[in-house]
Design a protein around this ligand. Sequence first.
Ligand code: NAD
Ligand code: DAU
Length: 349
Amino acid sequence: MPTVWITGGAGFIGSHLVRFFVYSHPDWRVVTVDALTYAGNLANLGEVLQKPNHVFSRIDIADAAAVETLWEQHPPDWILHLAAESHVDRSILSPLDFLHTNVSGTVTLLEIARKRWGSRKDVLFYQVSTDEVYGSLSQEGFFQEGSPYDPRSPYAASKAAADHFVRAYGHTYGLPYVISNCGNNYGPFQFPEKLIPLVLTHLMERRPIPVYGEGKNVRDWIYVEDHVRAIALLAEKGRRGHTYLIGAQNTRPNIEVVTLLCKLYDELTGHRDSESLITFVKDRPGHDFRYAIQPSPHLYELGWRPSVSFETGLRQTVEWYLTHTDWLDAVRTGAYRSFYEQQYGERLL
Ligand code: NAD
Ligand code: DAU
């Protein structure tokens, strides 16, 4: 039975990928490898935890001894690597956490994979990365294959470093790898520190909605399930040693996203005045202005298309958060509240 490790499988994107893989590949053993940090949550996996082809392992990917032990128990044929510190604002507050997981954690996995896999060519190290490694665009242009890396936040720098290590292992040791860089994901199970779920929690509690700067920064949004299908396809059929860009060609200024959320929220709940909660606050330091992705042509040749429009995906997302208040209450622990206070206390005074 082939085995795939999905690191970060209890996080937002990871949990969607684990679910997809467990159901679409019943002949594979799926091992979720996750430290369950503030962002990881077994509730994101639900019924998958009971499936006979799924195993959960709580380890820190930077702990070499723990990774070695897991390798003894469930040697992987593929590693789909998503475990990371993923929030830009937190990287500005505590960059060393990002060095630990995103850089040291990735290199720990690579090092053990290199030793254990040796010269095997039927294996795969798949690095799930971000468009933020390419820096910031002005009003024009796109990130495309071959665009130079120019990371500008501690988060982006840590992901760029990890991507470079993956390529270096491919070049130096012949490790078969694929990297994909994607834009802003949204959908169910996203931790409420990211823009869309944060806005929804503020709408539900009728609190001011913090929009950084003038709300003109542009992000390229994709529904999480579309990203997951692209990863699964590229893992199976993507060229080894290649870096792909994944995107739904859906760029929006933040203020447009927030206004759309307010309108949807009002329509679904009977409120009438949600837009009046929008509050412009002090900008994020070093805030990248615009991200826009030209998706890799090969991804289209393989048959991938985004299947969920932004309007449909947002509606599904709002409905999900409205009906999963227990999940929201459970993830907003004491640690979340102290981060929240540090991040928004002064901004929203
Ligand atoms: P997330 O923060 O929701 O989840 C991260 C997961 O990694 C959590 O389950 C956490 O417990 C786990 N983790 C963190 N440190 C760990 C460690 N040291 N050892 C083991 N597990 C650890 O993140 P996400 O939004 O689901 O992003 C997943 C991946 O996709 C990340 O690599 C991120 O850089 C990348 N990505 C995210 C987006 C996005 O919009 N969310 C876009 C492009 C790429
Ligand atoms: O582009 C891909 C990246 O998208 C991923 O690699 C990251 O893991 C993911 O977190 C996301 O990064 P962003 O910084 O773009 O996401 P965030 O949801 O934090 O912010 C989206 C935009 O909204 C950004 O321009 C900042 C703005 N924003 C965010 C928050 C949390 C606000 O205006 N107010 C807020 O309170």
